[in-house]
Design a protein. Structure first.
Length: 224
């Protein structure tokens, strides 16, 4: 099975300028994701997609192949799925047709090759699934509320019939995506135009950081 890892890394980060090549423990942020992909036992090819020449140069320094991304796919509002599809389409024109696409976000430096391979093995060992993505537990909970933009709040559970604490085992563990790893069959990516398919399963991880702020950088440094 031909497995392609794609690392999207545009240059236009607003919160932290040039975030993808900002140094984290002496290495550019993208280094950690490139290394995880290259060290994987299962990934056959690693492509970094960017419109930014500085990011491209750093990626090549760490032995990633770079595919130039058109500017229309490097805007603030650009979603990730079209970027993945662009890479797949360009490679297919060159005669390379992957069976599986692995999305690795450069902002998740705690995902090493071991963690990545665990997710890929989960995918390979469960042929009934069409995708896998990393997630972590929020915790056993039921009393959820949403704070709306206008200041009002909305209950996300039936708070008029709230269960007792001792009845919580009848409820569920909430999970949230970590952003670390998404694995999807290429034909499913093309059909649903998304990197989570119609029959996904979870790769549950204990700790994860998706870097968006300087505080996230500090947290990642401590954990690394």
């Amino acid at each position: 099975m031909e497995i392609l890892a794609i690392i999207p890394a545009r240059g236009g980060s607003k919160g932290i300028p040039k975030k993808n090549i900002k140094l984290l423990k002496g290495k550019p942020l993208i280094y950690y994701t490139i290394k995880a992909a290259l060290d994987s036992k299962y990934v056959n090819r690693v492509i970094l997609s960017t419109e930014d020449e500085k990011i491209a140069a750093v990626a090549r320094e760490y032995n990633a192949q770079v595919l130039k991304r058109p500017l229309e796919l490097a805007q603030d509002e650009t979603k990730t799925a079209p970027v993945l599809l662009h890479v797949v389409e360009q490679l297919e024109k060159q005669g390379y047709k992957p069976d599986v696409v692995v999305l690795l976000q450069a902002t998740c430096p705690l995902r090493d090759a071991k963690k990545l391979d665990e997710a890929i093995e989960l995918f390979l060992n469960n042929p009934q699934c069409d995708s896998v993505f990393s997630a972590k537990k929020i915790g056993l909970t039921h009393a959820l509320w949403r704070q709306n933009h206008d200041g009002t709040i909305t209950g996300l559970y039936d708070y008029r019939n709230r269960p007792r604490r001792q009845d919580l085992d009848k409820h569920f563990d909430l999970m949230c995506e970590t952003g670390e790893t998404y694995i999807v069959k290429t034909d499913v990516l093309k059909r649903v135009k998304d990197f989570i398919g119609e029959c996904p399963i979870l790769h549950v991880v204990d700790s994860s950081v998706d870097i968006d702020t300087l505080e996230d950088f500090e947290t990642a440094e401590r954990l690394l």
